[in-house]
Structure formats: C-alpha cells, structure tokens
Unconditional design. Structure first.
Length: 76
C-alpha cells in the first residue's frame, strides 16, 4: 500500500497515511479537522542496475558488472 502525505488546511500540520488508493484520509492527527489536502510526494525506484542487487539476484550472470567500474563491488 502506498504512503500518502497530507497537509491539514485548518492548522497546517503534515502527516503520512498508509492507505488504499481512493480511500478517504483520516482526520488531522493534530487538530481533528477533516480538511486534509494530499501533497505531491517524492518516491524511490529500485533498479537491477545496482551492482549489489544485480549480483545478489543473478550470481550466475555476475561475471561482468553492469554498473560503471568505479561503482562495482566485484573485483575485476
């Protein structure tokens, strides 16, 4: 489930909520108001180009690191 960030329109307090998409936000934890506005949030994306993830997941293919050599944890 995603973590949504909300800001209370009444008091300005920010809070994070783990919720299903489309679910109504809970009342403000600080003041109890129900006027929460969802904020635009940043997010992270993983990739198998990360040498640690790639080499752990595919050890049989880890003879040559897919990352730049200065980032590769494997000996050459």
């Amino acid at each position: 489930m995603p973590i949504y960030e909300y800001e209370c329109e009444a008091c300005g307090a920010a809070q994070e909520v783990i919720a299903h998409r489309g679910q109504e936000p809970p009342p403000c934890a600080a003041c109890g108001a129900s006027r929460l506005r969802r904020k635009v949030s940043t997010f992270a994306v993983g990739t198998s180009r990360d040498p640690d993830v790639f080499c752990d997941k595919y050890p049989e293919r880890c003879t040559k690191c897919p990352a730049k050599t200065e980032l590769c944890p494997l000996p050459e």
